[in-house]
Design a protein around this ligand. Structure first.
Ligand code: ATP
Ligand code: MG
Length: 569
């Protein structure tokens, strides 16, 4: 493909509305174009890379025995009514009406139509198991569409659904998908971790998320390199870490701490480190004020707290409430002598501390040598803090590390939630009617593409892994008016194309610097530069991922490129 003919436009400036690198690079490299918030078109180069990812997914799905089909994106309301999700999706669902006033939506996920399709055609255990999938647009009116393809409102998902006769069957289907997902993300050269997700909300019995490690990920993950344990931070249980507590309980003493409200100020004033403090924070949880205690160096995990109390809304209490409840200005709250009787939740670690410092519920005073149970009794003692690096792994006690992750895939044991609601039954060996057991398995294709860029780029642009590169080789003649150079570059391009390599020829009348910049920005893995030594049959061979430039004969460069491409695919 000649770049002069390619429908492509690159830009040097960083688009102002793109916050993360993958989004910036996709716009700068001209891979896509914004139509509306969270809605994008792919331009030819972007679409090629996108299709590579899609094809990897398709190949691995087919290899696993799943069968591809395609469902409509426009679906009648009734499809989602039988499961109760027509209402449950709320404003996230794009809804529309036909001219007759009939209600439709743009499918946000397709459990229901797949279940209907299987219900209507499978009658006997002999037809099970079956796994079906599609690669198709999904529509979700996300509250905060952002980061380009990462959180879009129109996006392509590969969604698969398995139907089995029983739980053991589901386990096997799930396992097959698990392995297929591993192969997909390995082929996309993604560094990911597998996180056990709580599937409580959807009523399933098991669920794992494939998380690509990235600082821009929306999920905080605690993981253990020793045993492979990983969990969302809010689900990672924290064990009590030993502080070497003294055994003798000392008497409570009140200390004057004028204006010292923060742990840092108090540490300095009292000459103690942060682990000698227990901080008391007041939260408004579903409209009620609750006092919450964690060790001085810890942070409250609001999700754990919410889950503990089965609550939906959580925020810090209003200043007026804090003052009314503690009888002191903000910064001096403590567990002893609160002016109103409210719930007090203490973290597990606080229960293990001795002789610690707390606020005195009196402006400018703290209490020293406080001990739980002797001096105050919390309503509940529970794990409510954030995990920190080095916390013991709940499985093997090795040190946990923290990272952020982008969820690219999700595999889910649904059980009978949808088959029950929609009546997907079959007759077993004895002729008895049974409910099918389901799994659902999603991969965001665009999000995967964006995640690849997040993990494979540098200051100059994208560094495509060979398997997803829109083109594998770019041939750059340094001077387009020089006939020898041009002829040689064209011949290299033609030879590679002949061998099935996807190759670009930068035949534009531009300076070499401009051509190199564009080649780097669009991230083509192999660059062959044809310059002054063309008359000797010598060219430069450079990989996008390395700064080494090697001089080679034309034959050498062509055969090395062919070999590298075939090895990587
Ligand atoms: P999230 O928590 O990120 O909203 P989700 O739990 O809603 O994701 P699923 O319903 O499990 O996602 O969808 C399966 C996959 O579809 C996700 O793993 C992700 O890769 C992709 N996906 C979901 N929502 C979006 C979106 N708004 N834009 C792009 N991809 C998405
Ligand atoms: Mg979502």
């Amino acid at each position: 493909m000649r770049i002069s003919k390619l429908f492509m436009s690159t830009q040097r400036e960083i688009p102002s509305d793109a916050e993360i690198v993958s989004h910036q690079l996709m716009l700068r490299a001209g891979l896509m174009k914004k139509a509306a918030s969270g809605i994008y078109s792919f331009m030819p180069i972007g679409y090629r890379a996108y299709r590579k990812v899609e094809n990897i997914i398709r190949e691995e799905m087919d290899r696993s025995g799943a069968q591809e089909l395609i469902m409509p994106a426009v679906l009648p309301a009734e499809v989602y009514m039988s499961s109760g999700r027509w209402d449950k999706f709320g404003p996230e669902m794009f809804r529309l009406q036909d001219r007759g006033g009939r209600q439709f939506c743009l499918g946000p996920t397709h459990e229901e139509p797949f279940t209907e399709a299987v219900r209507d055609s499978i009658k006997s255990y002999r037809q099970l198991p079956v796994t079906l999938y599609q690669i198709q647009h999904k529509y979700r009116d996300e509250k905060r569409p952002r980061f380009g393809l990462m959180r879009a409102r129109e996006f392509v998902m590969k969604d698969a659904y398995s139907f089995d006769a029983d739980e053991a069957g589901l386990d096997a289907s799930y396992d097959t998908m698990y392995h297929a997902y591993g192969r997909i993300f390995d082929r996309c050269k993604l560094d990911y971790i597998l996180v056990h997700a709580d599937s409580g909300a959807m009523g399933g019995s098991g669920s794992q998320e494939f998380m690509v490690k990235s600082d821009v990920g929306e999920d905080a993950i605690a993981y253990c390199s020793a045993c492979g344990y990983a969990a969302n931070e809010e689900k990672a249980p924290c064990k009590v870490t030993e502080r070497g507590e003294p055994e003798t309980l000392l008497d409570v003493t009140k200390v004057h701490t004028p204006g010292f409200k923060t742990i840092e100020q108090l540490m300095q004033f009292l000459g103690l480190d942060s682990t000698a403090f227990a901080k008391t924070m007041l939260y408004n949880i579903d409209g009620k004020n609750v006092a919450v205690m964690v060790r001085g160096d810890r942070d409250v995990n609001e999700t754990k707290l919410k889950n503990l109390l089965d609550a939906t809304e959580i925020s810090l209490s209003a200043f007026e409430d804090v003052e009314a409840i503690t009888g002191a200005s903000v910064g001096f709250a403590g567990p002893i002598g609160l002016k109103q009787s409210i719930m007090l939740i203490a973290d597990l670690e606080v229960a293990a501390m001795t002789n610690f410092v707390v606020g005195a519920n009196e402006t400018d005073y703290h209490l020293k040598n406080v001990n739980m149970l002797r001096d105050f009794k919390p309503t509940q003692i529970a794990d409510i803090r954030n995990a920190v690096p080095g916390d013991p792994c709940p499985v093997c006690s090795g040190p946990l590390a923290l990272c952020r992750g982008i969820e690219v895939g999700h595999i889910f044991k649904l059980g009978t939630k949808y088959s029950e609601a929609l009546g997907a039954k079959y007759l077993d060996q004895t002729g008895k009617e049974q409910t099918m057991v389901m799994g659902s398995y999603g991969i965001g294709v665009g999000r995967t593409l964006a995640a690849i860029i997040e993990q494979h780029h540098d200051d100059n642009g994208i560094i495509w892994p060979m398997a997803v590169a829109p083109y594998q080789v770019i041939v750059v003649p340094t001077n387009s008016t020089d006939e020898t150079i041009n002829e040689l570059a064209t011949s290299i391009h033609d030879q590679l194309q002949e061998k099935g390599v996807e190759v670009l020829l930068d035949d534009r009348d531009e300076r070499p610097g401009v051509k190199f910049k564009d080649a780097d920005l669009i991230g083509i893995p192999i660059r062959i530069t044809v310059g002054r030594k063309a008359q000797d049959g010598v060219v430069e061979f450079k990989l996008r991922a390395s700064s080494d430039v090697r001089e080679m004969t034309v034959e050498g460069a062509v055969s090395e490129a062919i070999q590298m491409v075939s090895e990587a695919l």
